[in-house]
Design a protein around this ligand. Structure first.
Ligand SMILES: [Zn+2]
Ligand SMILES: [Zn+2]
Length: 356
């Protein structure tokens, strides 16, 4: 795939974008742009910067310095409009992940005057994501209100994500309401909002959400996590008892759990939707699919290898905290790709900076 991308596809900007997006999803971003062919194409440079920033936001790649971005964009002037527009999305998204707020604003507000590109909903979504990350929720709302077109579900989703992280339930409700109008069957949004209500102890609202889901026939998508060990894919569901090595996994998880508690881990039982007793809630979180997959990776993969886990839904807050502790205690690099982004857990920290 890497060879194909570097040799053949960079002649065509669309292939270039697709290749780097795919490579960005399946390997270390640091190795991503090693090929000289890749880094010479302006579209590849923009996309690489985005992929790197997604993986290592604190790293602030050189390709995101102001002169580098300018040079990259100047190279792209005259290329097809959709390619150039996608490059600007990549640049904005890279700035968002790297926390370069002022730089992103500068490019966004000068897109038309400097490059003749009219901002599209995707550019606006990047900006709302960026402002949300920075905690500028008022500015994000102001931007949504003043968009020259109606915001789509992705734009509201970015605002909802920001509202969730900053615990602003009112804003989350407003964003979710708009998403439900466009995507009435989006089970993820119901779950996200329910989680928010649960986190603030609003059990009546949690029950209302559950009733709404039942009435509309919306089923919560079950969460799965998987990882590759010796060319085999091992898939786990929450509380899985089907894996042939389940006894080994669960006993190691128990041992790990007590070490995590000594290390300062407190489980976020407020996240469990059901109003069951505290001990039961803790039990329910402990066996989430991502945790089982990570533990299986520790037990089976050599020490020097990173543990790569994929999950079909967003990683939950409690597992996120738990895996941070695990990475520190076990001295392992753990990479979890959830439905939203990559999380690189290393020495007790995550690359997302707790924003996802
Ligand atoms: Zn979890
Ligand atoms: Zn993370």
């Amino acid at each position: 795939m890497h060879r194909f991308a570097s040799v053949a596809s960079f002649r065509n900007p669309s292939c270039c974008f697709a290749s780097i997006t795919t490579l960005g999803k399946c390997r270390d971003a640091s190795k991503l742009c090693a090929t000289s062919q890749a880094s010479r194409h302006f579209a590849a440079q923009a996309k690489c910067a985005q992929a790197k920033a997604r993986h290592e936001p604190s790293h602030k790649p050189k390709s995101l310095s102001s002169p580098s971005i300018k040079a990259t964009l100047c190279q792209g002037l005259g290329s097809p409009c959709y390619v150039f527009s996608s490059c600007l999305v990549a640049v904005l998204s890279a700035c968002a992940h790297a926390g370069l707020i002022d730089r992103a604003k500068q490019y966004f507000y000068a897109m038309y005057s400097d490059y003749g590109v009219v901002p599209s909903p995707r550019h606006y979504t990047c900006m709302i994501d960026l402002l949300g990350r920075a905690g500028s929720l008022d500015e994000a709302q102001h931007l949504i209100r003043n968009m020259p077109f109606s915001p789509d579900a992705a734009t509201w989703g970015a605002l909802l994500g920001a509202a969730k992280v900053h615990g602003n339930i009112e804003l989350a409700e407003k964003a979710a309401e708009n998403i439900f109008k466009m995507e009435p069957d989006n089970s993820g949004m119901y779950v996200l909002l329910s989680n928010l209500y649960a986190a603030s102890g609003r059990w009546y609202d949690v029950r209302q959400m559950r009733l709404k889901m039942r009435d509309k026939g919306i089923k919560k998508v079950p969460g799965y996590s998987w990882l590759e060990v010796q060319n085999n894919i091992h898939t786990f569901a929450a509380g899985d008892t089907c894996h042939p090595e389940k006894d080994r996994i669960y006993s190691f998880l128990e041992e790990l759990e007590s070490r995590m508690k000594q290390d300062g881990y407190v489980s976020s039982i407020k996240l469990v939707l059901h109003d069951v007793d505290e001990e039961e809630k803790e039990h329910m979180l402990k066996y989430h699919s991502e945790r089982l997959a990570v533990v299986y990776g520790i037990l089976t993969l050599p020490k020097h290898k990173p543990i790569r886990v994929m999950k079909n839904l967003r990683i939950c807050e409690d597992c996120h905290t738990a895996i941070k502790h695990i990475s520190k205690l076990e001295r392992r690099l753990i990479i979890v790709r959830d439905s939203n982004r990559f999380h690189h857990f290393k020495q007790g920290e995550c690359s997302c900076g707790d924003y996802w």
